[in-house]
Structure formats: C-alpha cells, structure tokens
Design a protein around this ligand. Structure first.
Ligand code: ATP
Ligand code: MG
Length: 499
C-alpha cells in the first residue's frame, strides 16, 4: 500500500498543490498558484449550473449543489481514471470522480484508489471498455482493468430505495451555513426500528447517489471536464473544518449500516479529523448494533484501522467510544484492567504506524498479533497447556469476527515463536517460511518496550526508528496534553464510554 502523506492543515484547504512532478508537463497557465488557494468560498453562486459535458438543464425537484471550481487540478487525477471519465462523458453519460479520491486530492494526500460514479448502467459501461468486468451479484459494479493490475471501479449512481418519493430537506444541519444542500428527511421510526440496509441496488441520480454515501467528506463529486467539485452534502466545508460528519442523521445512518461506525473512527484517526459531537454521541448510542453487521466486514474494517497509518489513534478512539469493547472485548478488558504491559499496546501500534509511513506495512498476521499480543500473552503465559489456552482465547473471537483459519494458524506459529525467542532460542526458526512475520513481530515488540534489538532483528526493524520519548508517553496523557485530533470536536469522555 502507498504510504499516506501527512494531511494538509485544515485552514490551508483547499491546498491544490502543483501536479505531481512525475506527471506530464503542465503549462504555466494550468498550474494553480498560491493566490488561487486562499479562497474556499465557491466562486460560482451556490446553485449555479455548470456549462460542462456533465451539465443538464435544471429540473424541478432536483436540488442544486454548491460548485467549487478549480480546487483540484485535473493533472492530479490518475491518468487511467481520466481515460475512463473521458470515454464515458464522450459517450454521452455523466461521470464523476467520487468518494475517497476526491477527498484525498482536496487534502493533498495520495488517494488509495480512484472510484467513478456514472449515469451509465453496468452493461453500458461494459460496452464502452474492452478491459471491463462486471462484478457483484446484488450490487453490480464495473471494474475497468489496466496494466499492473490497476482497477478503476465504476458504479452507476445509486439511491437508497427508501428515497423513492421521500422528501428532502433543504438546508444544513447548522443555522449559520449558507450553502444549500440537502439531507435525507429523518425517517419515521420507533427507536428500535430495523433500519439495517440489506439491499442497496437501486439506480438513481447524482444527488441521490451523493446523499446515500456515509460521510460528508466522502460525498463529493469531481467533474474533470469542468474542473469542478460538486458538493450536495457540505463536504468541502467539513474538509476545511477537519470534521467527520455523517450525511443525514448519524443515528439513522449508523443503524442502517453499523460498519459506518468503524469507518467514522478510521477517517477521524487517519485524517486526524474531529468527530462532530452528535456523530460521536450516535457512535456511543448505536455501537451495540455492530453485532448485526456481517463479521467479515467488521474484520476487514479492523484490518483497515491497523493498516491505515493511524493504528494507534484508531484503536484508541475505538476504545474511547466503547466500540473496542464490542468488537474485541478481550483487548478492551486488558486495557481497562491496566494489565501488566498493557501500555505497550500503544507503542506497538506507534511502531506499526511508522512502518506504514515508511511504506513497509507488516502483514495482516503481524498487525493482528501486534494488536492482541498483550491479552493473548496474558491468557497463555504460565498455562500448562499453551495450545489449548491459545484456542480458548481465539474460540469466541474466531466466530465473532469470522477469523480465517489461515490467519489463526499463522498467529499461533508467530506467537509460539515469540515465546521461544524471548528465551533466546532462535535455532531453526530463521529457516521457516513464517520467519519474516516472526522477526517482524519481535522487532515491533522490542522497539515498543525499549528492549535492545538483537542483530538478527535489525532488518525487520529498519523502517521504524526507535520511539522517541513523546511517542512512548502513555497515549492518554499525550491526548490530554494535545487536545487535538479526534478529541477536538467532541465532548469530554469518560462517563459516556462506560454508559
Ligand atoms: P479509502 O481511502 O480507505 O479507500 P474511501 O472513502 O475511498 O476511503 P471506500 O471504502 O473505498 O472508502 O469507499 C468508497 C466510497 O464509497 C466512500 O468514499 C463512500 O462515499 C462510499 N461508501 C463506502 N462504504 C460506505 C458505506 N458503508 N455506506 C455509505 N457509503 C459508503
Ligand atoms: Mg477508496
């Protein structure tokens, strides 16, 4: 995975940096200068229509987005995504860059992938591209394949089936904001109403597609031809304010799909954004619903929390919101009990984050082992039948998270090897296939605890320099001192977490 660059300070947004030097030359005229970057206000009257390929005549009942010209230079968009966008618009469809790609470009970060939303139906997309494959049964998507295994995902605009005939409420959730936007009307429901979305495959229009996305910062569209960011959801404002806010009522959006709770944590941690207070409260209120989500999705999100370069902040935030107690109660209890060595969890995760930043992300086995090492060691250490203790530790978790057997088996080997290495027994281990993971976890543990690194672990530790003092301070203390990041926009914690 590409290392993520540090996010742009919020007040500097939009910081439309010059195109990547590796990209083709751009004429001086094209380069956005610093002077252009100082304004975040839309330079087109909110609601004004665009004169571009994607533009359509205004229609009654269709809300007008806020349009921001020139926030993203087209040269910064992946060249294959550009090809797809151009081909679709030339064929008469509307097509936009959407989601994380737009968000990350606006934050001057390197997007992980470039997703496209279009008016073309999947079979129409397929007709335009030879290198296209339709995937998914219930929700059909087009994957356009490029050299080097790159995939550009093209999805037809969708809408929430319940939006049919639904009323949309114009205006923002805060009074002081002028830009028009629309929000799904709160659905009429009892508190225990079942909002879980089980089917999500109704085609729609751009504004409908925007409001069914999860967070405002993920709901932006970029029109390449017109060079405009199209904002139906107040996402540009929230990017500027560095805040994670759901599109629509947080309580409803989290009940519809509780995995969004983990996504909120991920984006807050990864982007170093605050969480809007009502969103934070809804996370706490709705967190129990996570048990209704498909276990493989929950596991995948946990892995993403670990892989995203902000594992330490992510797990801390999951703990702080009480979410960790639901997805990994073993770990949460270990932290709450202030078990011996529990503090090392945070330094292990800090080491993982440094490795990720250096482009040297450990394998999933090592990530999960670094996460669970404390409670696992507590459960197994000193037990006569270590294998059984290991199985008992993973028994319930394997069901809860649908842990693949292969991951569990590798964890077992890696963990057993740590115990041997702790006793100085290396013989034979370094010739085994698992040695890469074994030495990597050992290196992470050494760096995290300040233990001297044996020469054979130097390689595995190379991408993560020893933790400095600040990093080794307990996270809780540091957070208190910083009062930044994920804590910025939400009320004091403590009582809430234990509610
Ligand atoms: P990343 O950088 O991690 O890829 P991303 O925002 O691109 O972040 P994806 O998981 O790739 O996240 O999803 C792409 C887009 O699809 C999101 O930006 C969001 O608009 C939408 N999306 C993804 N998951 C959900 C969800 N559970 N509910 C609503 N919208 C979602
Ligand atoms: Mg993505």
């Amino acid at each position: 995975m590409e290392p993520e660059e540090p996010s742009t300070p919020p007040d500097a947004l939009p910081d439309v940096s010059e195109p990547d030097v590796s990209e083709p030359d751009v004429s001086d005229e094209d380069v956005v200068t610093d002077d252009d970057l100082l304004v975040i206000e839309p330079r087109v009257e909110p609601g004004r229509r665009r004169a571009a390929t994607n533009a359509q005549a205004p229609r009654v009942g269709v809300p007008e987005p806020t349009v921001y010209p020139d926030l993203i230079h087209p040269e910064r968009v992946d060249s294959d995504a550009v090809k797809v966008l151009r081909r679709l618009t030339r064929a008469g469809y509307s097509a936009y860059l959407v989601g994380g790609g737009v968000r990350d470009l606006l934050l001057n970060r390197q997007p992980k992938d470039f997703d496209i939303a279009t008016s073309a139906r999947p079979n129409e997309v397929k007709r335009e591209f030879r290198n296209c494959r339709i995937i998914g049964r219930r929700f059909r998507l087009a994957h356009i394949l490029f050299a080097g295994g790159k995939v550009i995902e093209v999805a037809t605009f969708r809408k929430d089936p319940d939006q049919e005939g639904a009323t949309f409420v114009a205006g923002e959730p805060e009074d002081d904001v002028e830009s028009p936007s629309l929000w799904p009307a709160p659905k009429d429901r009892g508190d225990d109403a079942d909002l879980l979305i089980r089917q999500d495959n109704t085609f729609g229009e751009p504004h409908e597609d925007a409001i069914r996305r999860d967070f405002t910062v993920n709901g932006l569209f970029y029109d390449l031809e017109a060079r405009e960011v199209i904002d139906y959801v107040g996402g540009v404002r929230d990017l500027r304010d560095a805040v994670v806010r759901t599109i629509g009522e947080p309580d409803v959006r989290f009940r519809e799909d509780p995995v969004r709770i983990l996504r909120a944590i991920k984006f807050s941690a990864r982007l170093d954004f605050g969480i809007a207070p009502d969103v934070y409260d809804a996370i706490v209120d709705v967190r129990d619903e996570l048990s209704r989500s498909a276990p493989p999705r929950v596991l995948e999100e946990i892995l993403r929390l670990l892989r995203g370069g902000a594992a330490q902040r992510s797990i801390y935030l999951a703990w702080d919101t009480g979410v960790l107690g639901l997805i990994l109660p073993e770990l949460s209890a270990h932290i709450e009990d202030e078990a011996e060595g529990a503090e090392e969890l945070w330094t292990r995760l800090a080491v993982v984050d440094r490795m990720q930043a250096a482009g040297d992300l450990p394998s999933d086995t090592v990530l999960v082992a670094a996460l669970l090492y404390g409670p696992l060691d507590e459960a197994v250490n000193g037990m006569r039948d270590a294998a059984r203790a290991f199985d008992e530790f993973f028994g319930e978790m394997a069901v809860r998270l649908s842990l693949p057997r292969r991951l569990r088996d590798r964890m077992r080997l890696v963990f057993a090897a740590q115990r041997r290495l702790d006793r100085g027994l290396i013989a034979g281990l370094d010739r085994r296939e698992i040695w890469g993971d074994v030495s990597r976890l050992f290196a992470i543990r050494c760096l995290a605890s300040g233990r001297p690194l044996p020469p054979w672990a130097e390689n595995a530790a190379q991408s993560a320099k020893p933790a400095d003092r600040a990093e080794r301070a307990p996270v809780r203390e540091r957070k208190r001192a910083e009062r930044g990041g994920a804590e910025r926009d939400r009320p004091a914690r403590g009582a809430r977490r234990r509610r």
